[in-house]
Ligand binder design. Structure first.
Ligand SMILES: Cc1ncc(COP(=O)(O)O)c(C=O)c1O
Length: 559
């Protein structure tokens, strides 16, 4: 080391082409403690691949092309400043480079959405999977993770939206002080530009900062649509690793806490595949998106068995038939999807399944089932879910002004996903700080709550409303049988609200919440305000049924 040169600490910036990497190099070049190197691996890349470039000869004659030398002498060689910023294009990281390239220095990754990269690709080099190098960029990330230091990842969109916040965050992650000089540079060619600058740096030479050039995007070149589909998942892998995004891009809401944190990592069935929670999505063309055009069931899993599975499937097939769905999967196919999903999740107890069958994806947006040419979409969403109500102490209800759908307009016997009728009532319940809301029928008689069926006890007799307006619940049917078997008198008839206000006991039924005592309705205490003896008896028998019966999940072995 001579002439004042010292060992430098190298900052490796890895990116795909057209990702603002040259602007970022200009930004780092403004620091008083940093020198920059423009694509030191370019000549080794051209030599090894034989890739054609208009500047090929100039690069090979002016840059070091020997792998050992370029890493040892150029990238890690001595310098005059504390840091050396190396701009690396990921595809230039070919096999055969010395391993200390990845082991030494501070690394970070700069990504850009291929939707923005592809329209700005030059005519000089045609974009391809290889030329984009996004697969290699993911490999850079995973190699650095394997070496024990996951690199910071920044997104070019954040640099454009809020350069200062993004650069400050990056500097913090790299453990170097931020310098405000990084925010602008002079226009025109730079001494440290690669010799290829005349071909590629025309627009970056016009820039003086990261300011967004365009308010609106360029039209996407549809000839590159297939390539976009290939590389977008790779960008998304890295996008999930972006630690900080600028305030402008950040969601206004903080990440929410899940009611059951174990559900953060679960697998769901969508269509014909099992996917992780965040990837489990339906098409924007799906009927459930287009019109809530779907049917559903909620099922519970107890001790390695799915309770009342056949009854839920019967109701699902009836609902699908009533809505005139076609290309409905078979009972066996649906059962297989349920079992496979539960087994993969290891969910054999204390779990709930939200099973949906949509009319399927449409060939174009619109209402008509004639557009449904792909068949139905099956969704099996399992979650760890303890019963959702306080079944030991009871809940409070209020009566909603929203009336339950009548068979005149939308028959509640169809268990469809068009749940706005119930959701509006639930909003009323929430506004009144109640656990749920009672819904009346068009004549003012009680039908059910927004989510459950409802029963009352008066002088030893058990009453529940006719299933004219309410969903004919499977738990309701089970409980009606239990009531008779336990030798109570059961009446199924129209019941007015005042009969509920003055009942001795009230409970609700549903798969999700099981048997739930109600201790207050519209401010009136029910009975003595405690869980009644009949309710407790029905709860006990129901618990035994869920323990003893159900369709076994294959492969489950009780430990
Ligand atoms: C409106 C409504 N009522 C009642 C129920 C309870 O039905 P089940 O006992 O079949 O779960 C549900 C459950 O989906 C519901 O959505």
């Amino acid at each position: 080391m001579g002439s004042g040169e010292e060992a430098v600490e190298v900052i490796h910036a890895w990116s795909a082409p057209r990702s603002l990497s040259t602007s970022l190099m200009y930004s780092f070049a403004q620091r008083d403690d940093t020198e920059v190197l423009d694509e030191p691996l370019y000549a080794t890349f051209l030599k090894s691949t034989g890739a054609a470039r208009p500047c090929r000869e100039q690069v090979l004659s002016s840059m070091e092309a020997d792998e050992e030398k370029v890493v040892k002498d150029v990238i890690f060689g001595p310098g005059r400043k504390k840091y050396r910023f190396c701009k690396h294009i990921s595809k230039q990281r070919l096999p055969g480079l010395p391993s200390n390239l990845m082991k030494k220095g501070k690394h970070f990754i700069l990504i850009r959405n291929p939707l923005d990269i592809l329209p700005s690709f030059d005519k000089v080099v045609l974009p391809s999977f290889f030329e984009l190098g996004l697969a290699e960029l993911v490999s850079v990330y995973s190699d650095l993770c394997k070496l024990g230091s996951p690199p910071p990842v920044i997104d070019a969109a954040d640099l454009e939206q809020d350069p200062e916040a993004t650069l400050r965050g990056l500097c913090e992650d790299l453990d170097i002080p931020f310098q405000s000089s990084m925010l602008s540079w002079e226009a025109g060619p730079k001494a440290y530009d690669g010799v290829w600058a005349p071909w590629w740096y025309k627009s970056v030479h016009e820039s003086t900062c990261f300011a967004k050039v365009r308010k609106y995007p360029m039209p996407f070149p549809f000839g590159l649509y297939d390539l976009l589909e290939e590389v977008l998942p790779l960008y998304n892998v890295l996008k999930h690793r972006v630690k900080r995004s600028s305030n402008l891009l950040k969601s206004p809401l903080p990440p929410p806490d899940l009611p059951v944190p174990e559900n953060e990592k679960l697998l769901a069935w969508v269509g014909d595949e099992i996917l992780p929670r965040d990837s489990a999505k339906v098409s924007v063309f799906d009927s459930v998106v287009q019109g809530g055009d779907s049917v559903w069931e909620g099922l519970r899993v107890y001790d390695g068995k799915v309770f009342k599975l056949e009854e839920h499937l019967d109701r699902m097939f009836d609902s699908a038939k009533a809505l005139a769905f076609s290309n409905v999967p078979t009972r066996d196919e649906i059962k297989e999807a349920i079992f496979r999903t539960l087994i993969m999740n290891g969910m054999f107890n204390n779990a709930h399944i939200r099973l949906s069958l949509t009319r399927g994806k449409k060939v174009t947006s619109g209402m008509s089932p004639a557009f449904n040419l792909y068949g139905c979409t099956l969704i099996v969403l399992p979650e760890w879910k303890p019963p959702v109500y306080d079944n030991a102490h009871g809940i409070t209800l209020v009566t909603a002004t929203t009336r339950r759908n009548s068979p005149n307009n939308l028959d509640s016997k169809i268990h469809h996903n068009n749940l706005l009728n119930n959701i509006l009532a639930k909003v009323e319940g929430n506004n009144a700080s109640a656990d749920d809301a009672i819904m009346l029928d068009k004549d003012g008689y009680v039908s059910e709550t927004n989510a459950t069926n409802i029963f009352l006890v008066k002088k030893g007799r058990v009453l529940t409303p006719h299933a004219d307006y309410c969903l004919p619940g499977i738990t309701r049917a089970t409980v009606m049988d239990v009531v008779v078997e336990e030798k109570f008198v059961l009446e199924e008839r129209r019941i007015s609200l005042s009969e509920f206000h003055t009942a001795d006991e009230v409970w609700t039924t549903g798969t999700m919440g099981e048997i739930t005592p109600v201790v207050k309705i519209d401010g009136r205490q029910i009975g003595d305000g405690q869980v009644g003896s009949v309710t407790k008896r029905i709860q006990r028998v129901y618990k035994n049924l869920t323990h003893d019966f159900g369709v076994p999940i294959p492969t489950y072995e009780r430990s």
